[in-house]
Design a protein around this ligand. Structure first.
Ligand code: EPZ
Length: 419
């Protein structure tokens, strides 16, 4: 197994380029099931999760080809199988995104229930309830969802919670359904709009994406699309926090500041100097890090996927801050690892009280989930008295493309070693 070793204390300087968004790439690849091919997708990040969904879809008959310009051709003319096995699905919950497209294309799907993960139970009941309303017959057998439908029919759907992949799944299920579908209380994340853009290029009739009500008119047929994935706002936010915590001065390019207004607001309150243009940030970290409270919310609120990283920043802030996690029920697993580095954090239900310390201390720590691993790397960048070693970094490789190489290029003393 690999680990990442960091000698803290360097301020980050220079320019970093953000990769394509993992959470936009996964639904985009799944959407290729909706009609033959070849689809062309640009700016796909090189991540374990992308490999996983390609492996699952290859097993169904999809063909993938890496083009010279690094775009990916996806051909699903020969999609014949409709099963996603537990051994792959359990490594990536987002496999549930195959359900909607398979039902729209083949009228059947057999997908393992994803099961929970470190940050929570991660139920998919809202996905299944919406698909039932669209006429899908679903039976749970041996941990698999066996779904069948003659033809999807449009429905008026209400999501109890604005679920991101739930909204994406139903959008894909509805684009060739009979009649109209309305998604009420839909998620408004930028990744939803990116998927809608790709589906429109395929000929879908969708409007309202990015608001909490999405209207979809079923069309008879779709055609292959060429689409570029939006930049990863969570990777960009991670680098913004890295500059803030290391008194850095970095330029972040190929990003979408309009996807990060909540993070800009909070980091300016921390004392960071932030300027931005249409697709670029410059961010200087403050000498004194002021403590700031955050509450995670659905977009456009502060993203839950940056909560762990922001907590690391608050660990060396002047004063105390309260971090409230409202999206997932168990997203404080990074706290115990940060405490091993000297952090002073008290958890009370879904709130963590962080008392800022002068510094964090280098230590061997263990990644427990994707974003927690990023928070531990940020801690290592500023930890004193030795080397921080982050183990189980397969979590990191699921969602960050060459993160340590990007940090090293900004002046961090960081490398990957055999554990
Ligand atoms: C997406 O997960 C992202 N993953 C997550 O990113 C992100 O944290 C999350 O949205 C919230 O923004 C992908 O897009 C692949 P939800 P998703 O459905 O869709 C509850 C990362 O680190 N819920 O919006 O699974 C659920 O338990 C990952 O990149 C139900 O109760 O999240 C949670 O409390 C982590 N029933 C809340 O809704 C359902 O059927 C929001 O979950 C579905 C969700």
């Amino acid at each position: 197994m690999k680990k990442i070793v960091i000698e803290g204390g360097n301020s980050l300087k220079g320019t970093v380029t953000i990769s394509g968004s993992k959470n936009a790439a996964l639904p985009a690849v799944a959407a290729c099931i909706l009609t033959g091919g070849p689809h062309i997708i640009h700016s796909l990040p090189t991540l374990r999760d992308i490999m996983t969904i390609k492996t699952i879809m290859s097993g169904m008959g999809a063909e993938f080809h890496e083009n010279e310009d690094h775009s990916l051709s996806v051909n699903t003319d020969n999609i014949i199988d409709h099963e996603a096995s537990y051994d792959l699905v359990r490594t990536m919950r987002a496999s549930i995104l195959l359900l909607g497209p398979l039902l729209a294309r083949l009228g059947k799907a057999r997908i393992s229930l994803p099961g929970g993960c470190a940050i929570g139970a991660r139920p998919v009941n809202l996905h299944l309830k919406a698909l039932s309303a669209m006429g899908v017959d679903m039976r749970l057998e041996n941990g698999y969802i066996n779904a069948e439908v003659k033809h999807m029919k449009g429905a008026n759907i209400f999501f109890d919670i604005p679920t991101v992949t739930g909204t994406e799944n139903i959008m894909m299920a509805a684009v060739t359904a009979d009649g109209s579908t309305i998604l009420n209380n839909a998620a408004k994340e930028p990744e939803i709009i990116d998927l809608a853009d790709m589906l429109r290029k395929m000929g879908a009739d969708i409007r309202g994406d990015g608001t909490d009500t999405i209207f979809i008119e079923g069309v008879k047929e779709l055609k292959p699309a060429e689409h570029s994935i939006i930049p990863d706002r969570i990777e960009a936010g991670t680098f913004m926090i890295a500059s803030a915590i290391t008194q850095g001065d970095i330029r972040i390019q190929n990003c979408r500041p309009d996807h990060l207004y909540a993070v800009i607001e909070k980091l300016r309150a921390v004392g960071a100097e932030i300027e931005y243009g249409e697709d670029v940030f410059s961010i200087k970290g403050p000498k004194i890090i002021h403590s700031v409270d955050i509450t995670t919310m659905p977009f456009p609120g502060f993203p839950t996927d940056l909560q762990a990283q922001f907590m690391t920043l608050m660990c060396i802030a002047k004063g105390s801050s309260i971090i409230e996690e409202t999206i997932f029920e168990n997203r404080f697993i990074h706290v115990s690892e940060l405490e091993r580095m000297g952090a002073d954090i008290t958890i009370n239900g879904n709130q963590a009280l962080v008392r800022g310390r002068d510094c964090l201390l280098a230590a061997p720590v263990m990644a427990t989930d994707l974003r927690a691993s990023a928070s531990l790397i940020l801690a290592g960048l500023v930890a004193v008295e030795g080397r921080t070693e982050v183990s189980r970094i397969y979590h990191l490789d699921r969602g960050y493309e060459a993160l340590e190489e990007k940090f090293r290029a900004l002046g961090a003393n960081i490398r990957r070693e055999e554990d």
